[in-house]
Design a protein around this ligand. Structure first.
Ligand code: NAD
Ligand code: AHE
Ligand code: ZN
Length: 369
């Protein structure tokens, strides 16, 4: 079939809206009509040529929601008409990783996914006869996509697509990092570095579990008002304080935070987040994705004296199991989504979403097909 898509033909160039060819679902695959997609900083990072796994041409996007149109042979868990969220972290429930119960990082199809291919080693997208790579196993910047059955979460029919799409990455990543990865306890002190589309969701996760001090750190002063809407109790702009940011935060928290979260992708900030943890037990969770070639560093003494460095992908969520529950949290009013979606636009305007993100004007832009 033909479908409309925003194609990344080259790094650092605007996406181009074209009609691409899409092959239908094979065994254990489904065809999904994407109704809405968010634009995450990770899409920008790949488009900017900073992703060591970036492939061009490709169809980016990994934060979508839509409807199953067709299923291939062998598919049993979803049927045409089901509302679904594509999963860049699938859940096969059979691989060593899924069976370990220690991680959400299903390994069933990670090899081909990282090469921009479906599990059978082919791409289903092409343009003028040339293959176009899939992205993060999703490619939600296309109106129709083919996904492995293990990479779709069935969600309730009454959740609006233009909000539910954000659960496909940002909401689940931020809230899940608090609930699944850190396991923040009521009363714990938390510092969130970077109050964008992910960091605000860490804040609301911390509020939901009853954290004590919830400190937000951002170099954009406009983010103070945003943070306060989602539970932040204190704001620190590193550019507006005298002296060292770590010393400032350690003093503010009487010795360091119980939990810190990096939501910037900046390796200098990651170090600050680790060192702002309390001696003996503070845990720092890396959410931000750093550009290719960057490395983290700290004095080993920071870890010897009990601080813990961790990372999280997709908030530690097991997609097919946990995503429908997060949709329920939203529909039941336990978490907010609507105010964070600052811009809604048609696919033709998708490049504006990247400009708004880079200028700090948007929290989340959503494209509605
Ligand atoms: P965003 O652009 O919406 O927000 C980033 C925020 O960080 C902005 O508010 C910006 O002002 C702030 N910031 C930048 N430099 C800073 C600094 N030096 N100190 C303090 N604040 C600073 O981006 P986003 O969509 O929220 O994504 C955040 C990061 O999380 C990105 O690196 C993205 O790739 C990553 N991410 C990771 C996962 C995962 O599963 N691990 C999932 C989604 C996104
Ligand atoms: N491709 C990059 C890594 C990118 C990365 O870490 N992606 C996160 C999700 S970001 C969503 O916005 C992730 O899930 N990682 C686990 C995985 O298996 O990709 C690189 O450095 O090569
Ligand atoms: Zn993302």
């Amino acid at each position: 079939m033909k479908t409309r898509a925003a194609v990344a033909f080259q790094a650092k160039q605007p996406l181009e809206i074209v009609e691409v060819d899409l092959e239908g679902p094979k065994a254990f695959e489904v065809l999904v009509e994407i109704k809405a997609t968010g634009i995450c900083h990770t899409d920008a990072y790949t488009l900017d040529g900073l992703d060591s796994e970036g492939i061009f041409p490709s169809i980016l996007g990994h934060e979508g929601a839509g409807v199953v149109l067709e299923v291939g042979p062998g598919v049993t868990s979803v049927k045409p008409g089901d509302h679904v969220i594509p999963l860049y972290t699938p859940e096969c429930r059979q691989c060593k990783s899924c069976l370990s119960r220690k991680t959400n990082l299903c390994t069933a199809i990670r090899g081909t996914q990282g090469k921009g291919l479906m599990p059978d080693g082919t791409s289903r997208f092409s343009y003028k006869g040339q293959a176009i790579a899939h992205y993060m196993g999703c490619s939600t910047f296309a109106n129709h996509i083919v996904l492995p059955e293990i990479a779709v979460a069935k969600i309730r029919d009454d959740a609006p697509f233009d909000k539910a799409c954000y659960i496909g990455c940002g909401v689940t990543t931020g809230v899940g990092a608090v609930v699944n990865t850190a396991g923040v306890e009521p009363g714990a002190n938390v510092i969130v570095f970077g109050l964008g589309g992910i960091g605000l969701n860490v804040l609301q996760g911390a509020r939901m579990v009853g954290a004590g001090m919830i400190i937000g750190v951002d170099i954009n002063p406009d983010r103070e008002a945003w943070g306060r809407k989602f539970g932040m109790t204190h704001f620190v702009n590193p550019k507006a304080i005298d002296g060292d940011i770590v010393a400032h935060l350690v003093a503010l928290t009487d010795g360091g935070a119980d939990y810190t979260f990096d939501c910037t992708g900046n390796t200098t900030v990651m170090r600050q987040a680790l060192e702002a943890c309390h001696r003996g037990w503070g845990e720092s969770i890396i959410i931000g994705v750093a550009e290719a070639g960057k490395e983290i560093a700290t004095r080993p003494f920071q870890l010897v004296t009990g601080r813990v460095w961790k990372g999280t992908a997709f908030g530690g969520a097991r997609g097919r199991t946990d995503v429908p529950k997060i949709v329920d949290w939203y529909m039941d009013g336990k978490i907010e989504i609507d105010p964070m979606i600052t811009h809604v636009m048609p696919l033709e305007d998708i490049n504006k979403a990247f400009d708004l993100m880079h200028s700090g004007e948007s929290i989340r832009s959503v494209v509605v097909f």
